[in-house]
Design a protein around this ligand. Sequence first.
Ligand code: PGA
Length: 255
Amino acid sequence: MKVRRPIIAGNWKMHKTVHEAQTLVKSLLLELPDTIISDKDVVLCPPFTALHKVADMVSNTSIRMGAQDMHWEKEGAFTGEISATMLRDVYCRYVILGHSERRQHFGETSQTVNLKAKAALASNLRPIVCVGETLEEREKKDFRAIVRAQVRESLHGIAAELAEEVVVAYEPVWAIGTGRNASPAQAQEVHALIRTVLADLFGAKRAAKVRIQYGGSVKPANAEELLSQTDIDGALVGGASLDARSFTAIVKAAK
Ligand code: PGA
């Protein structure tokens, strides 16, 4: 029996118009009534344009909303950016930060993730902080040191009392969208490592309460085994979250 409440989040990335989002959420609401998800957190992270409509649709349910990124400033001349206040305004409770696609294509660093994570917490948004090594890093360098540094730098200066509000997502870059998931043992090893970094930052007692999600080609077929690992407390699901049946199966696999 795990002490941490499982958290399954669907990262829709740059998919779904408002209309398509409504169709998906209609199916999800049929497949995932509150009775099924009472013992876990289920979070939908649609693109910004669909947040408001999806929030309306799930407002009387236990399903929660998350965004895929945000800026760290409250407001200002930052063309194209979205603030934590704006996300709260459309009922977000979570925000994904530092996804590898943002680190790779949009210059996100652990330093900017850190600014965003602090700003999110200050606005009562729970950050889902993503870390993970590339294939090259896994093969050539000490990838464990890279993951450790990502966690340390991304969470630097966050007050220990807020640790429990943070979710960490371990997403090995080589497993994202490739159909090649980390084996449960490979994932568990890094999750345990991440928890030791969290213990250094926040103390062992608090670290034991932080949820660490695995992400990277999570599918109905591999979800149960991944989620049964001691330090795997949930999943951040990309491709399989775009389909109601497969996302539902993954949610049900979390015990
Ligand atoms: P995937 O993506 O499930 O499609 O591999 C996971 C993610 O990028 O969050």
